[in-house]
Design a binder for this molecule. Structure first.
Ligand code: ADP
Ligand SMILES: Nc1nc2c(ncn2[C@@H]2O[C@H](COP(=O)(O)O)[C@@H](O)[C@H]2O)c(=O)[nH]1
Length: 432
């Protein structure tokens, strides 16, 4: 036998370079920055109709209306007869939001909800999966035997969208499909008030478990209110839930009024800030408000023009970064407002999803803070426990810009990220 020969020890050394990490859609709770969204899985069927159509089926304009299977069939048949259905898109207020987050952040999110176990080519479920970003992880969805929800999105000539929701199996999500470890590692958990209107359905306890997991692991909870009459019908239950679990509350002006009784958004926001750390209040053509708390010693004064409304000089401290009130010694309330980016698109065909878009930008900023804190914990950006990376004023601009994009493309889900540089701004702006 040939002797294998001598080998010098010095030629054998530990490999110091880390192995390349192969791309994976699965989230790694201890390493990745991601958000988790819990939603009723809904596919939107978009149709143009006139106001008489809404009256005929007793559907309240501008709101999300629940309908039974037989009304859904009648509506569907009439829309097909009139050839008014323009397309199917993945919908659901939270799934839209996390899709948009993933497009903006170019990073992962996790969707908790249901999906039909057997998807046939060309079905609404097929459209749902096809029109969701590949960065939205759907491996934790619960399989169901029936259909996901159908959200007939009825668009009137003024561009207002009204929903007729036929639930299918969308509320069958159960507590066994709420993964605690995935929630524990998230930069935030985002969900909506819609599950509250399905008394007796598994999604309600499932949502509660997700909220409890988030609270246990100190993960910020972001809740959107959904639609005005949902808030009116469930006000007390909602307030209890908000006080117990919610960090950031998002709504439009109608939902804010239903919750607080204040028509004036600033007063509504002021009142809600007694219960939560941050409020995003969108106000259609009047723009949006972002309000919250900051430690008095860390407040920063704006150099934008000072605005007054029901609260005098309300935007004075809008250059501050949001903080949790309970982590402040002397907290002050901070208010910021912005008008629509460029006054809004020239023609608005459909306002579907504009509010969800604004929220996805806020979630991106909260996640960016989470990421930066992990990457550079000693940075002065983390000298205090801030909730977001940017100031109230900066996030307002970002949120409004995303809403504009949603309105401009007439669909609730972004098909691409925002441009790095805005065409509308002078070259000199970027050189500054
Ligand atoms: N008619 C409009 N003109 C200009 N901007 C608008 C208009 N409607 C909505 N927006 C923009 O979209 C954002 C969200 O819209 P809003 O209608 O308040 O949300 P929601 O869809 O939740 O009701 C607003 O804050 C604003 O920036
Ligand atoms: N989870 C639910 N989502 C719903 C319901 N009704 C409507 N929607 C979804 O909302 C978005 C549009 O949001 P907005 O910003 O225009 O308010 C749309 O895609 C719908 O699918 C519901 O009952 N539950």
């Amino acid at each position: 036998m040939k002797f294998p020969g001598r080998r010098k020890l010095k030629h054998y050394f530990p490999v110091s370079q880390e192995k390349a990490v192969l791309p994976s859609t699965e989230v790694r709770p201890d390493k990745d920055t991601y958000i988790v969204g819990l939603d009723e899985t809904i596919v939107d069927l978009v149709a143009n109709i006139d106001e008489a159509f809404l009256d005929k089926f007793g559907i309240k304009k501008g709101l999300s209306n629940l309908i039974d299977a037989s009304t859904a069939q009648q509506i569907y048949a009439e829309l097909i007869k009139n050839n008014s259905i323009s397309d199917h898109f993945a919908g659901g207020t939270i799934a839209n939001t996390i899709h948009n987050y993933s497009v903006l952040a170019d990073d992962k999110s996790v969707l908790l909800g249901v999906m039909s176990s057997n998807i046939t080519l060309g079905s609404p479920e097929y459209h749902y999966v096809c029109t969701t970003s590949s960065k939205v992880n759907m491996s934790h969805l619960q399989g169901v035997a029936g259909d996901i929800g159908r959200g007939v999105t009825l668009v009137t000539p003024d561009g207002e969208r009204t929903f007729a929701i036929s639930p299918g199996d969308m509320d069958e999500l159960n507590v066994d499909h709420i993964p605690e470890d995935i929630i524990a590692g998230a930069a935030s958990l985002v969900t909506c008030a819609y599950p509250l209107r399905h008394e007796g359905k598994p999604i309600k306890p499932a949502m509660l478990k997700a909220l409890q997991d988030a609270k246990k692991h100190n993960v910020p909870v972001v809740l959107t209110l959904g639609t005005q009459h949902l808030v009116e019908d469930n006000r007390d239950e909602l307030l209890t839930l908000i006080r117990e679990y919610v960090t950031v509350l998002a709504m439009n002006e109608l939902e804010a009024e239903a919750l607080t009784g204040h028509k004036e958004p600033l007063l509504a926001a002021e009142s809600i800030l007694d219960d939560v750390n941050m409020v995003l209040l969108t106000n259609g053509p009047e723009g949006l408000y972002l309000c919250g708390h900051v430690e008095n010693d860390l407040k920063r004064e704006t150099n934008n023009p000072i605005k007054s409304g029901e609260i005098v000089d309300f935007n004075r401290w809008e250059f501050s970064r949001p903080m949790k009130r309970e982590l402040c010694k002397n907290s002050i309330k901070v208010y910021s407002h912005i008008d629509p980016y460029m006054g809004g698109p020239e023609k608005i065909k459909n306002t579907n999803g504009a509010g969800d878009g604004a929220l996805s930008a806020l979630l991106h900023d909260i996640s960016a803070n989470h990421y930066h804190k992990q990457a550079v914990p000693s940075s002065s950006k983390h000298a205090a426990p801030f909730l977001a990376y940017s100031s109230f004023a900066q996030i307002c601009k970002y949120s409004n810009r995303v809403s504009y994009e949603i309105l401009a493309q007439s669909a609730p889900r972004l098909s691409k990220g925002l441009p790095e540089r805005e065409d509308s701004l002078e070259e000199a702006y970027w050189e500054r």
